[in-house]
Write a protein that binds this ligand. Structure first.
Ligand SMILES: C[S@@+](CC[C@H](N)C(=O)[O-])C[C@H]1O[C@@H](n2cnc3c(N)ncnc32)[C@H](O)[C@@H]1O
Length: 470
């Protein structure tokens, strides 16, 4: 047995795409062959991102060159440079500054390239740097390095010693091209990302289960316009099996519906956006998929304090019918554009309005106490009561016409009136005008209770006993 074969006897070689890794037969390092689709898809997105980034950079350079050329032309047309050209220069400088900020990460090395017009900017775009924060065996990083053209560097981090050793071994196993591009570090991904703000053009998160604990640092590590790729395999949580857990991890309460997988994607996107917003950043989803047993999202991260105000427009409450599949979305916010329908027009100097308004006011407010007293009305001075007293006791609405007056109406009419009426009623009966006895009052109460019933009953009472009031 040769020396190499002896060394490799504890390992088996796994090949995926253009990368090969050595897997310990004891399976000490995470490797999931099922996730091959995940890695294939990420490579496709990464290739598109690299091309798109190049396109965007070229467009930016074109714009920049045009504005420079314009500035150059205006300089030659006004040789002495008066005030007007000065302000134009300011404007161009401001524009230039803006462009400069946007092309962060552009290599200055080609500044000295000769033969190009002085206004022509030919700065080169730095090749993108990728961070695979949770790398395990490093298979993904190796595939990125070997299968995506134009990448600058791939950094693979893991907090597991055995994984980092395996990753370093696999880098060597994949030869010079991998060694020149991929580097492995033993680090907690969160610490690594938070200590490298905006340093990576691409950040890849592929954790066990939920990525929630990595999101805050990941959104800070992505460069402006960079790409964040994120997997979540905790589908049970995201699909509503345990709504409270989902809320605690992602800040959304899931609905268990037929669309739960799409909702899982949206919950993950909302959570990334929420973390990004904390740092004046926002996301633009590029591709979001649910496949096999997980969701994977690809988002670009930008910085704009103004743009983050639009976040509520991207979020909704979902009202799900409990009887059928219908649902309704209520957006968290809406934009209102203020249109100035009546802008102020300049008025002629001799117009009455202009003349009145051009005079300085002569009136001055006097807040002294004497003035305040003088301002009182006569009634206030005499301390006349603001609300007149009732003309009689128990003044107010009377018992409804046709209704029997009973002891229950004491608070409305007063005891005297009650006694009067009830006595009057009893005087009809026995003619002696004596106060009603308790049993009589009880009897009346019972009747009164009946009166509160619908009209039919009232009718019955009025038929039997004529009302005491006319
Ligand atoms: C699902 S595996 C990654 C698989 C890998 N991306 C691939 O495509 O093969 C998750 C890895 O994250 C690592 N990990 C977990 N928590 C971490 C942390 N806080 N910092 C760095 N790595 C971590 C684990 O050691 C494990 O190797």
């Amino acid at each position: 047995m040769g020396e190499v074969e002896e060394k490799l006897k504890d390992y088996e070689i796994k090949r995926e795409g253009e990368a090969e890794i050595l897997m310990l037969k004891s399976n000490a390092v995470f490797f999931n062959p099922v996730q091959v689709h995940n890695r294939d898809m990420s490579i496709a997105v990464l290739r598109t991102f690299v091309a798109k980034r190049k396109e965007e950079h070229e467009a930016l350079m074109d714009k920049r060159n045009k504005s420079r050329q314009k500035a150059k032309q205006s300089e030659t047309s006004v040789p002495n440079g008066d005030d007007a050209s000065g302000s134009q220069h300011d404007e161009i400088d401001a524009h230039e500054k803006e462009l400069n900020q946007a092309v962060d990460g552009i290599d200055d090395s080609s500044k000295e390239v000769p033969k190009t017009p002085s206004w022509k900017v030919t700065r080169e775009l730095k090749p993108p740097i990728v961070l695979e924060a949770l790398a395990a065996s490093g298979l993904r990083s190796l595939r990125y390095a070997r299968e995506v053209d134009g990448l600058g560097k791939v950094v693979a981090t893991d907090n597991d010693k055995a994984s980092v050793e395996a990753c370093k071994r696999n880098i060597k196993f994949n030869g010079a091209s991998a060694i020149s591009k991929v580097e492995a570090h033993l680090a907690d991904a969160r610490v690594y990302m938070i200590t490298h703000p905006k340093e990576f053009d691409v950040v890849d998160l592929d954790p066990y289960g939920s990525p929630s604990i990595f999101l805050d640092s990941a959104v800070q590590a992505v460069a402006d316009g960079g790409l964040l790729m994120c997997t979540a395999t905790d589908m049970a949580v995201l699909c509503g099996t345990n709504g409270e857990v989902c809320y605690s991890k992602y800040g959304s309460y899931p609905v268990k519906g037929k669309y739960c997988h799409e909702m899982a994607l949206r919950i993950l996107l909302a959570s990334i956006e929420s973390h990004a917003n904390r740092y004046k950043r926002y996301i633009v989803p590029v591709l979001s998929v649910f496949m096999d047993f997980y969701v994977r999202v690809f988002v670009r991260v930008f910085t704009s304090a103004n743009e983050i105000k639009n976040t509520p427009l991207k979020l909704s409450y979902v009202y799900q019918c409990v009887g059928c599949d219908s649902f309704h979305l209520q957006c968290l916010g809406r934009t209102v554009t203020k249109v100035k329908n009546h802008p102020i027009k300049e008025q002629p100097r001799d117009s009455p309005g202009t003349m009145i308004l051009s005079k300085e006011p002569t009136l001055e407010a006097n807040f002294s106490r004497a003035v305040a007293v003088a301002a009182l009305s006569k009634a206030q001075v005499k301390k006349v009561k603001r609300f007149l007293p009732n003309p009689e006791r128990h003044w107010g609405p009377k018992v409804r016409a046709g209704r029997k007056i009973t002891s229950k109406h004491v608070s409305l009419l007063g005891p005297e009136a009650i006694n009067g009426v009830v006595n009057g009623a009893s005087s009809h009966g026995d003619g002696n005008g004596a106060a009603p006895d308790e049993s009589a009052l009880e009897h009346e109460e019972m009747k009164d209770d009946d009166e509160n019933e619908p009209t039919t009953k009232r009718q019955k009472i009025s038929d039997d006993e004529p009302a005491s009031e006319p």
